[in-house]
Design a protein around this ligand. Structure first.
Ligand code: GCB
Length: 613
């Protein structure tokens, strides 16, 4: 007997059920996030940066109806237009203001300066579809919770403000005119990553590039090319196509090494390879990058890849087998010379040139993955990189969704940047409160990072505790799961006095290299006085002099990244006339003026460079 009769369902309802099931399945298929396309800038793409119209929607009126049910139809994602004068439509992208993208909305519209909520964005664009091509819509980053619609259809969503994501939109693109609508929500949540509490501006919006890539039906989705672990004379790697095509021919060529390999993909659309080679190794002094080409019958991807080894031995960090001191500085993704988020190559060059001028060979990109241009520029300029996920302060350690979120961000950070030899450290957390749930969370993250990449070092910014007799003790169960023990300390600013630095001792019971991931204090650039007066350049200068002398007593000291290169916006910093919503611990002002302490660091690094020659 037919199942319909058995369950007493009419033919009509049966048809409706099948229809709904089909709709649900196809929506699911449509919304599936496409695995990240590696090295997107080397693909054939059109930029969707530029003017996007936007609608501020604090009540999420464009998403929910008046019963707070999500709209199936009639949401702002439909981008509707009046068809006759009697029609009621209470929004209009065409007559709404426009914003330059990439940007953060806080610095673009006064009304949005401290706004946290939903803003809708829309951009029209034209595509001349080439037969057989796949079209992938790529976002460098959007903060924080994003829903993406193309021509009124939802193509997917993404959580997290600092990592890239993309969707295959081929099936919803029209020949000719199209529109893309984003619902972007930057409200903070206790269970989010980062959580509600942080010391930087929660810049909302489409903060990095938007690209529409036109890819061949079968394309190289991802690849890795690097020195094989523990072997300086072997380059190894793998690549993967976007689907499981067996027998696809791929050529990987490194002309500078006269290497050319013809490969054939296996059943999973993947292939691994190894070359015997003797590349000149990448160093901060000579940041050699090799042109790499990956060719199939349908595409040619260019990359520039450097080769180096990074490891620890006892309390030393070895770069290419030689001890190196990480002469660093911490940097936020904060724009120099204007308000807002940094995102462009020009921003990257400005910030990194300042680091170079200070004598750095290393930068800590805090507290989240920075944009890809920043990492690539650092690599070209000879700066090693610490890259970090925003597992910051008091995360919801017990919540499995929070863990999954942190893990996704870790995954996407490593996935995007695994070919960047400049990155030497993946950092999984910053200043997190001790406890069993936190230990489990971080142990799992560390193991996951290692399973994805066993060639780099793992660290996290820990904290020291105050013990009697001016002893500072580092005690953290996570020591087992990091290669480098790093910690932040603010003696002379939040704790003790600058004078006390002279008496401080260290108790660090781990046989691992130590990086001081943060130290520092605030000064308002141009405010001069005595070294006893807070906020003066002299106070900050003296704090740096005494901290450096104090930190140099740590036997295992292998690097520093003082807090911070440039002043940055933070709602936690309210002191009128001094802070005005800026964290003033920068060694350089927002307007590019070096404070006195900048030169203290510069001098210290000159000496360190000599010592490690
Ligand atoms: C820290 C945090 C950093 C803050 C800094 C400060 O320990 O890691 O995000 O901005 O202190 O200025 O207090």
């Amino acid at each position: 007997m037919d199942i319909r009769r058995k369950m007493n369902i009419s033919k009509r309802s049966m048809r409706m059920m099948i229809g709904l099931l089909w709709l649900a399945l196809s929506m699911q298929a449509m919304e599936k996030q496409t695995p990240l396309v590696s090295n997107i800038y080397a693909r054939d793409y059109q930029s969707l940066n530029g003017k996007w119209n936007y609608i501020i929607d604090p009540l999420e009126n464009g998403y929910y109806d008046y019963r707070l049910e999500p709209f199936q139809k009639s949401g702002f994602f439909e981008n509707r237009k009046m068809k006759h004068p009697g029609e009621l439509i209470e929004y209009d992208f065409d007559t709404s203001p426009a914003m330059d993208i990439p940007s953060d909305w806080n610095s673009k519209d006064e009304k949005l300066y401290v706004y946290e909520g939903t803003v809708w964005f829309r951009r029209n664009f034209t595509v001349h579809k080439e037969p057989g091509k796949r079209y992938v819509l790529y976002f460098g980053a959007v903060n924080y919770d994003t829903k993406v619609y193309v021509n009124g259809k939802k193509v997917g969503e993404h959580i997290g403000g600092y990592t890239p994501f993309n969707f295959d939109v081929s099936d919803v693109l029209n020949e000719g005119e199209n529109f893309v609508v984003l619902k972007v929500d930057n409200k903070r949540h206790k269970d989010a990553v980062p959580t509600v509490n942080m010391d930087w501006w929660n810049y909302g919006g489409i903060t990095r590039d938007v690209l529409l890539a036109a890819l061949p039906a079968t394309y190289v989705e991802d690849y890795l090319i690097q020195l094989k672990k523990d072997e300086k004379n072997t380059i190894s790697g793998w690549l993967r196509l976007n689907h499981a095509v067996e027998g696809e021919k791929v050529i990987v060529e490194i002309p500078g090494l006269k290497l050319r390999k013809e490969l054939v993909t296996g059943a999973g659309g993947e292939v691994a390879f190894e070359y015997k080679a003797k590349p000149e190794l990448w160093t901060p002094e000579d940041p050699r990058l090799y042109e790499v080409q990956i060719r199939t019958d349908h595409e040619c991807i260019h990359d520039r890849i450097g080769f180096r080894t990074i490891e620890t031995q006892g309390t030393s960090i070895l770069l290419n087998g030689k001890p190196v001191f990480l002469r660093g500085i911490s940097i936020h993704e904060e724009a120099p010379f204007r308000e807002g988020r940094a995102w462009s190559e020009e921003d990257a060059v400005t910030l990194l040139s300042w680091a170079k001028e200070m004598g750095c060979n290393y930068v800590r990109l805090a507290h989240y993955p920075h944009n890809e241009k920043m990492v690539r520029k650092a690599e070209e300029m000879g700066l090693m990189v610490w890259s970090e996920i925003p597992v910051y302060w008091t995360i919801s350690w017990d919540n499995p969704d929070t863990y999954q979120n942190a893990k996704n961000q870790l995954h996407d950070m490593i996935c995007r940047d695994k070919n960047r030899c400049a990155i030497v450290i993946w950092s999984i957390a910053n200043e997190t409160p001790h406890g069993e749930a936190r230990d489990n969370f971080l142990r799992n993250l560390s193991q996951y990072a290692r399973s994805m990449d066993n060639t780099r070092l793992i660290s996290m910014a820990m904290e020291v505790t105050k013990a009697p007799d001016y002893v500072n003790r580092l005690q953290d169960n996570m020591n087992e799961y990091v290669d480098v023990v790093s910690f932040n300390q603010y003696i002379g600013w939040y704790r003790a006095t600058v004078e006390d630095c002279k008496k401080m001792k260290w108790d660090i019971p781990y046989q691992k290299p130590v990086i001081i991931s943060e130290f520092g204090g605030g000064a308002q650039q141009g405010l001069f006085g005595t070294k006893e007066e807070r906020w003066t350049e002299e106070y900050q200068e003296e704090l740096y002099i005494q901290n450096l002398a104090m930190l140099d007593k740590i036997d295992a000291l292998a690097g520093l990244s003082p807090w911070i290169l440039m002043d940055f916006k933070s709602p936690r910093r309210q002191l009128p006339g001094i802070q005005d919503f800026y964290n003033r611990k920068g060694l350089i002002s927002k307007w590019g003026i070096r404070k006195k302490a900048f030169y203290v660091m510069q001098h210290y690094y000159e000496n360190k460079k000599e010592q490690y020659k």
